[in-house]
Write a new protein. Sequence first.
Length: 282
Amino acid sequence: MQIFHTISEMRAWSNAEKLAGRRIAFVPTMGALHEGHLSLLREGRMRGDRLVLSIYVNPTQFAPAEDLAKYPRDLEGDLAKARAEGTDAVFVPNDAMMYPERFQTYVTVEEVTKSLCGASRPKHFRGVSTVVAKLFNIVQPDTAIFGEKDFQQLVVIRRMVLDLNMPVDIVGCPIVREPDGLAMSSRNKYLSAEERAAALSLNRSLIEAGRMIESGEKRADSILARVRSFIEDEGKGLMRIDYASIVDAETLRDLAQIKQPALLALAAFAGKTRLIDNRCFR
Ligand code: AMP
């Protein structure tokens, strides 16, 4: 497995692979790899002749009061996991090369970044789309794999690739959960035992909403009222809901009535840790 710490090394390797006619599959991450990330690597392994992973905690997608400084980092552990999944190359850039002095060019995806996480994290998606565009320019993948855990991010990236004619196939993979249902996240490391137990209310509320929808409930407001009271009760007062929304899974616009594909998306704080989860009804 090759490990590249510079843009020029990464680009030279990709150029050579492409000249040899090989397809590159790419999985961008912020590291602290867990089974969710590994599922993306496995998907990528099947979709490309060469598999590239990037590990970069991107400062422009964090607001000043967020957890950039304490975001979990474990490069050695990540490299061992990547190697075990058959990764061919790992790109590990630093801030100075990604955002050199006088950096001033950003990619802004407009409409689909306004709701859900975009409403509570105003510059977050500008940071995400900018860094992903840069990574695509450097790695030059044929395919890039993202998790549905960050459903809005996947919609934003698909929009950017269409709008800017980037020659990259975007593939979405299902949410990987812990055995008890908690969606895997690098941020789960921050949770105390009580907060972790309370956080199970998120997935359980999604299951409860699924039951309501399967039994014919169409009104988004009744489903959301049930989801909110479920998280409040099962979360034993430890969860603070940021949003609970039912939106069209393509436009991310609010739905008053369930019309598939619909997305039920949640964000909530367990203590200081912001967690997200979702379920798509197709
Ligand atoms: P991150 O390192 O958190 O930026 O995530 C990198 C990629 O892994 C993104 O495409 C995420 O959506 C994806 N991902 C994170 N957690 C999960 C999960 N539990 N299941 C599936 N994909 C995930």
